[in-house]
Write a protein that binds this ligand. Structure first.
Ligand code: C2E
Ligand code: MG
Ligand code: MG
Ligand code: MG
Length: 283
């Protein structure tokens, strides 16, 4: 009777020590520990072709899964990660995870894509391109199946950004400007950069099905993207009325809770397979 009790006590003490030492860490210390322990996982939000309803891929969205099972959203740790440089190893883990999760489906279907979020630092140096290339090596995934996206902040050093985008495109990756309209949206970036896709931020999609839509700049963003021959993705589509508006304005792709929230790798593969099955056999 005493032996199991002793073991239980010992286990409890070890647990307590681990808990206390973790508690004592600064937010940065905790993030470092999370990086060391590979605690970052990826969820996938389906990307839908609006005209057909076809799922053309997904955006990879990182989550920090703590040992206690709790999940931290990226908005809460990406700023610290970028400030501290820890975003680089986190990006590496995301890339590795995406290839591990999606290798089989990507190899089996060349029309499937995964979009990966790239930090400003990585757009500046182009480092991430080597990481992606290394991850694809030995697989049968085409570089065309990996899309890269970065927010406007990433493009502020326009010369460096142009070099990275050109290299990415030479390698076969499409590059998107993310959250368009929320940052220091200088239109000169758009004109000066060889981008493939513009993702309209959710805040410009929220209002298209409301009364205030008459004073909205959204239709002008759409027209501008078309004039620049960019593919358009609408972010944060939540209602059918929004989807109808976007379709009427010839927007190519939509992403949002109307279609699906971000899913685990398993859930996304099931979602995608069901979506494709539906399109092959409409009955
Ligand atoms: P984002 O790239 O603009 O990603 C879209 C965010 O909007 C995601 O939040 C997604 O879950 C959320 N969202 C999508 N559809 C809807 C909708 O219909 N309604 C609402 N209310 N929200 C919707 P999430 O996953 O929390 O990501 C937040 C941000 O964190 C991302 O914004 C992206 O900028 C950043 N992020 C995510 N993963 C990574 C990553 O691997 N690397 C880097 N550098 N940043 C990342
Ligand atoms: Mg994004
Ligand atoms: Mg976005
Ligand atoms: Mg956004």
């Amino acid at each position: 009777v005493l032996l199991p009790l002793g073991l239980l006590m010992a286990a409890f003490m070890v647990g307590l020590v681990v808990w206390v030492s973790r508690k004592r860490l600064s937010p940065l210390g905790e993030l470092k520990l999370g990086v060391d322990k590979h605690e970052f996982i990826v969820h996938y939000q389906p990307l839908i072709e609006l005209k057909t309803g076809l799922c053309v891929g997904a955006e990879a969205l990182v989550r920090w899964q703590r040992p206690d099972g709790s999940m931290t959203r990226p908005d809460l740790f990406i700023p610290l990660a970028e400030e501290s440089g820890l975003i680089l190893p986190i990006t590496d883990q995301v890339v590795t995870e995406v290839i591990r999760d999606m290798r089989h489906v990507l190899q089996a279907d060349r029309t499937l894509h995964i979009a990966i979020n790239i930090s400003a630092q990585d757009i500046k140096t182009g480092r991430v391109l080597n990481v992606v290339q290394a991850a694809l090596k030995g697989t049968d995934i085409q570089p065309q199946q990996i899309w890269l996206e970065a927010t406007e902040r990433g493009f502020m050093d326009i010369e460096a950004a142009r070099t990275t985008i050109n290299t990415a495109r030479e390698m076969g990756h499409a590059v998107a400007i993310d959250d368009f309209g929320t940052g220091y949206s200088s239109l000169s970036y758009l004109q000066g950069l060889p981008l493939d896709t513009l993702k309209i931020d959710k805040s410009f999609i929220d209002t298209v099905d409301t009364e205030s839509a008459t004073s909205s700049v959204t239709p002008y963003i759409i027209e501008m993207a078309k004039a620049l021959k960019l593919q358009i993705v609408a972010e944060g589509v939540e209602t059918q009325a929004q989807a109808d508006y976007l379709l009427a304005h010839d927007v190519d792709f939509g992403q949002g809770w109307l279609f699906s929230k971000a899913l685990t790798a398993h859930e996304f593969i099931a979602y995608y397979q069901a979506n494709r099955a539906q399109h092959q056999d409409p009955h």
